[in-house]
Design a protein around this ligand. Sequence first.
Ligand code: SAH
Length: 214
Amino acid sequence: MTDSFEAKGKRKKLIEELRRKGITDEEVLRAMNKVPRHDFMDPAFLNHAYVDKAFPISSGQTISQPYTVAVQTSLLQVKRRDKILEIGTGSGYQAAILVEMGAKVYTIERYRELYLKAQTVLLSLGYSADFFYGDGFEGKHQYGPYDGIVITAAVSEVPQKLLTQLKTGGRLVVPLGGTFSQVMTLVQRTGKNQYDYSSHGSFVFVPMLKGTVK
Ligand code: SAH
């Protein structure tokens, strides 16, 4: 996989667009300028990779829109060496951004095909993360508690098990709502049994579904 002069130029323009749309976290913008998003999509789609839109990947799923990735990542307030759990590996793009920011990343995907493919892509780019094929509703208790949890699929309420796997002081970012529109929600765990919720705009995600697919 190669990162051409052309791709770098398109990426830089995309970063400027994200700034215009209100993304201010320099670390997020730096990471997004570094990670070659086109490597997470079919090679035929270089022209789509740096447009600020979601795009189909295999198994009927999508790589999130760059703006959406930027918002979710900014809300997480990632610090180097933070332990982050991602639900919905998909293409692996969001995971790569988190690794580029210095996080220790654990990511779960329910489609075996995507789980396998994302690992190959991250490996080829020299990014290391821990990949799991499974149901994100369960989380990954054995590696927690986490500084941050990012759910990249839509749910109507925050899965209970994920709330308990968050550190006190930790941040969970999730699109909450129905099928056609969700509200980006930041949940901060402020005490053993205390969670503060705040809303950050409306988005559209594929649904978070139970169980795994071979
Ligand atoms: N973070 C991804 C976005 C993928 S879209 C990226 O950067 O490309 C959401 C993903 O969540 C899909 O791949 C979907 O299969 C996955 N997903 C949905 N429900 C899930 C569940 N219960 N556990 C794990 N993954 C799930």
